[in-house]
Design a protein around this ligand. Structure first.
Ligand SMILES: *Cc1c(COP(=O)(O)O)cnc(C)c1O
Length: 462
């Protein structure tokens, strides 16, 4: 009888050697992309699994099977890397696609800063240490009418920081209609708890009156903040009521507490002209008397990821001294991109900001582009027709406003399969599926992407 150990050895000897697998020609491309060491490490892992399986089943997988497993894990690693995507969804600020595309001025600033060194905390006139982010703060004050500003990593961080700095160990009054979840697990009650503040709920889901806030102030002597949270990603209609912002601000001021507003999206200009109502403009909230406001820099503002905090000078000094300010600080690259974006606002060049431009782009212009796509696709043997399409601002903003847009529509037998082929292309294309058709909205496709898009569609459909 063969001893058990000897049987094992005989079995495992049939496994291919590591270098034989990792040098397989079908892994050439992955070795170039990920490096030899990475492919070797993935090979060891695949061989370990093959060994375990062989001991369990007494069957040794063939070399081809193991090579295929290594290729699959290498390709999956490669695919997990962020890549440029053509956004034909019509959703201008698509959170899964990185929200706002940046202006060419922002891209130039990014490139300029990225390749070398930047006077990010240096005062060039004195040669001494300077104030980080001074320009973006000054620009935000100019554009919103606020006394002081600070920018951190994102709006979620801004809200946590402000509550922690201004209300830790104290009471925060918030309407039950505003205890919302923004997405990604960002829930107002949990953020309040984490900030160390005590939440005092008032009103009901649909109705909260000024009187409810007054009563909370009468009944609790530890209130520091009245918190107002913008209902960014949903709307209440019908039997609803909330005090207007100026009333609430007046109440806060008369009782010696602060009114803090989480705006989510930070519109620096009014988008009502584009039919997009319901997104408050930051400067009007400042005018209404709100003490401190938080808003995103990559939603309707159209910049890089960031969370702006604007408000009264003395309060902003308190916020700035909180240790979370340093922990949440904005990185150098988003900072220079934001400065360039804000400079476009200061100069009045709103058309330079791609997200704003996309939201404001006239329907006729989108239609003309879609018609041009359709006739080009016809030449390539693909039948597409222009149809009205409801685009969206996205990032939860302006929930009830669809943008009146136009899409090239292609009927296909299996839209999910075609969409998967489009996503697997280079560059990947994201479209919308409705019924048995694919919708490609021209509003969100960059002017330089027409050729790539039409080539991708032709390849995926035919
Ligand atoms: C989007 C949003 C946030 C989070 O903003 P980020 O910049 O994505 O962190 C917070 N509050 C509200 C009301 C929002 O709409």
């Amino acid at each position: 009888m063969i001893p058990e150990n000897e049987a094992k050895r005989v079995l495992l000897r049939q496994l291919p050697r590591t270098d034989r697998v990792s040098a397989d020609p079908s892994l050439d491309e992955m070795r170039r992309e990920l490096g030899v060491a990475t492919v070797t490490a993935l090979t060891r892992k695949a061989l370990d699994q093959a060994r375990d399986r062989a001991l369990l089943t007494q069957v040794v997988p063939g070399a081809d099977e193991i090579v295929a497993a290594v290729r699959a894990s290498a390709e999956s690693l490669s695919r997990s890397r962020a890549r440029r995507v053509i956004n034909a969804t019509g959703v201008v600020l698509h959170t899964n696609l990185g929200r706002a595309p940046l202006s060419s001025a922002a891209v130039a600033a990014l490139t300029d800063s990225a390749v070398g060194y930047t006077s990010i905390e240096l005062d060039l006139s004195t040669g001494k240490r300077g104030r980080r982010g001074a320009f973006m703060e000054n620009a935000l004050c100019q554009l919103t009418g606020a006394e002081a500003a600070l920018v951190v990593n994102n709006c979620a961080a801004a809200v946590l920081l402000v509550l922690s700095a201004l209300a830790r160990g104290k009471g925060v009054v918030v309407s039950r209609g505003e205890l919302i979840e923004i997405g990604g697990g960002f829930r107002i009650p949990e953020v309040l708890e984490r900030s160390g503040a005590r939440m005092i709920e008032v009103g009901t889901t649909n109705k909260t009156r000024l009187r409810d806030y007054e009563r909370a102030l009468d009944e609790n002597d530890d209130v520091a903040v009245l918190l107002r949270v913008h209902q960014t990603n949903f709307r209440q209609v019908g039997f609803v009521e909330q005090p207007d912002l100026a009333e609430l601000a007046a109440l806060a001021r008369s009782r010696g507490v602060l009114l803090v507003k989480d705006l989510g999206g930070g519109a620096l200009v009014d988008l009502a002209e584009q039919g997009l109502r319901g997104e408050p403009v930051v400067s009007s909230c400042v005018d209404a008397g709100v003490h401190v406001l938080c808003f995103s820099c990559d939603k309707v503002l159209g910049g890089p990821q960031g969370g702006a905090i604007v408000g009264e000078r003395s309060l902003m000094s308190t916020v700035r001294r909180d240790p979370l300010t340093r922990a949440f600080r904005l990185g150098r690259l988003p900072m220079v991109a934001l400065e360039a974006t804000l400079a476009s606002y200061l100069a009045g060049n709103l058309a330079d900001i791609p997200a704003l431009h996309a939201i404001r782009r006239p329907r006729a212009e989108v239609l003309a582009r879609v018609e041009a796509w359709c006739s080009e696709l016809a030449k390539r043997g693909v039948q597409a027709v222009p149809k009205p399409f409801g685009g969206a601002v996205g990032a939860g903003a302006l929930a009830e406003n669809a943008i009146d847009s136009v899409a090239a529509v292609i009927d296909v037998a299996d839209p999910d399969a075609v969409a998967a082929r489009l996503r697997a292309g280079t560059p990947p294309v994201m479209a919308c599926i409705q019924g048995d058709a694919l919708y490609f909205d021209a509003r969100t496709v960059l002017p330089t992407e027409d050729d790539d898009l039409l080539t991708a569609i032709t390849a995926a459909v035919t």
